[in-house]
Design a protein around this ligand. Structure first.
Ligand code: CP
Ligand code: NVA
Length: 314
């Protein structure tokens, strides 16, 4: 059956563990003779480069396609874009404004006549490829032997706007038994519905999820402090209000001092120094942001290999 990678919740913990293992496995040309279409409705530095290079690593051909070229739901429907690209490419990896576009692309290709996978390179809902890179970074730090069970009981603390990155980070962490704590002001927290589905994941792995508007409560005892921009792509008109509402939720040296003494600092990037994270923290010896960025490529290899394993077993 054709595998898709739209959201970690739908893939589940077994797939997550497999992707993690495949990320580090010796590189094999599993994409030889195939190609990956990369469609971007929004800008990207890390995702575009890491995806393209991972395809090259695995012997495939990456094709970058900007939204200006395909015009999803403007020039033609998301379904027709998916079937057109699916006529040439084994995988469509897309960064979209609306998560529903990914679901519609997946549905358009769901007949067994197609063997085309859809990969989420960030939507308004989730950023699962980033979460794999985040786990690889945590694993390097707290489980260098690669034994993921060693991550159980660690705590990741997230500060700021609880958004697409937060949701995927929380899903990934909780599936591996890592506790997640989130500090956001009212109006910027994960919805009750999201917390409820994350709580179910936490129960299965024995981890905990905690959400509060108190940054100190969240920083206390954390093994990793994580932040993302306060104004995500597409929310630019809200920047002034968001900066006002989220003031006090940035990571600074005082907050880092409230966590474990060997805590690491993470950020998916791009960073806005002086807003959600200070320059000093980003440049400190506790910062792992460049390890995270590098692991985007490792993670994409894992995702593509997991998808292509489906072909080998069919
Ligand atoms: N972290 C991340 O997805 O970065 P880009 O937006 O640059 O791809
Ligand atoms: N939350 C951010 C993540 C950027 C990688 C956004 O959606 O713009």
């Amino acid at each position: 059956m054709t595998k898709n990678f739209l959201d970690l919740e739908t893939c589940g913990p077994d797939a997550l563990m497999e992707i993690m293992a495949l990320s580090h496995a010796p590189v094999e040309p599993v994409l030889k003779g195939t190609s990956v279409a990369m469609v971007f409705e929004k800008p990207s530095a890390r995702t575009r480069s890491s995806t393209e290079m991972a395809v090259v690593d695995l012997g495939g051909h990456p094709l970058m396609i900007s939204d200006a070229e395909v015009g999803i739901d403007r020039r033609e429907s998301a379904e027709d874009v998916a079937r057109t690209l699916g006529s040439y490419h084994r995988i469509i990896a897309a960064r979209v404004n609306d998560h529903d576009v990914l679901l519609r692309m997946q549905a358009a290709l769901s007949s067994p006549l197609w063997n085309v996978s859809v990969v989420n390179l960030l939507s308004d809902f989730s950023h699962p490829c980033q979460a794999i890179a985040d786990l690889l970074t945590l694993s390097d730090e707290f489980s260098p032997s690669g034994d993921l069970t060693a991550l159980k009981g660690r705590t990741v603390a997230y500060f700021g706007d609880a958004n697409n990155v937060t949701r995927s980070l929380a899903q990934a962490a909780l599936m591996l038994g890592i506790n997640i704590k989130i500090a956001s002001p009212e109006g910027y927290q994960l919805s009750r519905e999201t917390v409820s589905s994350l709580t179910e994941m936490a129960h299965i792995s024995g981890a905990t999820i905690f959400q509060s508007d108190d940054v100190h409560e969240v920083a206390s005892g954390a093994d990793a402090l994580y932040s993302d921009v306060w104004t995500s792509m597409g929310q630019e008109s809200e920047r002034a209000q968001r900066s006002k509402d989220l003031a006090g939720y940035g990571i600074d040296e005082d907050l880092v001092a409230e966590a474990q003494s060997d805590a690491i600092v993470m950020h998916c990037l791009p960073a806005h120094r002086g807003e959600e994270i200070t320059d000093a923290v980003l440049e400190s010896s506790q910062s792992r942001v460049w390890v995270q960025a590098a692991h985007r490529r490792t993670a994409m290899r894992g995702v593509f290999r997991w998808i292509m394993e489906g072909d080998a077993h069919s």
